[in-house]
Design a binder for this molecule. Sequence first.
Ligand code: HEM
Length: 176
Amino acid sequence: MKKVQKELENVVGKDRMVEESDVDNLEYLNMVIKETFRIHPVVPFLIHESREDCTVNGFHIPNKSRIFINTWAIGRDQNTWNDPEKFFPERFMESNIDLRGHDFELIPFGSGRRSCPGMQLGLIMVRLVLAQLMHCFNWELPDSMVATELDMTEQFGVVMSRTKHLCAIPTYRLNK
Ligand code: HEM
């Protein structure tokens, strides 16, 4: 959070609110969002159907098979990611991996012709709302709790949410 806030101070300052036109300049925030989608994809399983017989990695897949693509496991694959369980946005610093469906190791919006048609809107909203929440407020956990004590257990479903709601206390931090 401190690193995101520092970047926001450098790019936006503390005298106005962050705007949509700022978000492309928020490199660290965008790395944080990639890292969050990697570890906690909104849709943990993509469900597709094959349109013809095919062979993938030596596995024969007959036409009309129901195919589950486990994006949750792809994001935590240790053959692809160093220290996959660690939240480490800097891993994207020297990397061209994008989340728009071109790089199969990070596909929070799916890929190809049935990927998410709302991706652009979704990305704008996530970037802007998160930037505003981090920019306008400092956040603390209640009862002197520290971040490592947070229960990050997920509830699997069509979309994946936290098992326990996040409760955090905001304090306003801008100049006006
Ligand atoms: C952060 C926000 C969002 C995420 C992470 C997300 C993710 C996804 C994913 C993973 C899929 C399935 C892709 C696949 O099966 O390969 C999907 C499908 C879809 N999404 Fe999104 N989505 C988001 C926002 C939105 C928004 C804002 C809209 C509409 C305004 C939208 C509309 C749809 C629709 C209609 C489909 C079904 C597409 C189809 O079956 O052809 N999504 N989304």
